[in-house]
Design a protein around this ligand. Structure first.
Ligand SMILES: [Cu+2]
Length: 132
């Protein structure tokens, strides 16, 4: 039986490391972008609202810096069709984007963000039904 002892010792050490230092396993995958309501449309401009949530406690993240936002029609089988995206001011943990789609249908909004205290870049995609 002694041959399994090293495995137990290593896994025990690993568990102790995680328990004593939560940051060791906090990661970009702890965050999720969620669509807020239905996009609003006015003169071909769609406003898409997105919330960034810290998944382990379900809390919104109000102070993220979203440094990249791109839209494509991947969910409708047209991944190479882009649309202009303009970030709008964030408010109360809700991040807004103005999208001008060339076609009505389901679009993907791809976001990259920096979150305070999180060294990894947080990325995510929300799908939204947009109207030309
Ligand atoms: Cu299209």
């Amino acid at each position: 039986m002694s041959f399994i002892t090293p495995v137990i010792a290593i896994s025990g050490l690993w568990a102790a490391t995680l328990a004593s230092n939560p940051a060791a396993y906090a990661a970009a995958r702890d965050y999720r972008f969620e669509l807020v309501g239905k996009p609003t449309v006015s003169a071909g401009r769609n406003i898409v609202q997105v919330r960034l949530v810290h998944v382990p406690d379900g809390k919104p993240v109000p102070d993220a810096v979203i440094f990249e936002s791109k839209a494509d029609m991947g969910p409708s089988g047209m991944a190479t069709m882009p649309a202009p995206v303009k970030p709008m001011p964030a408010k109360g943990g809700v991040y807004s984007f103005e999208v001008a789609p060339g076609m009505t249908g389901t679009w993907a909004l791809h976001l990259s963000a920096k979150v305070q205290g999180e060294p990894e870049t947080v990325t995510g995609t929300v799908n939204a039904d947009l109207v030309k």
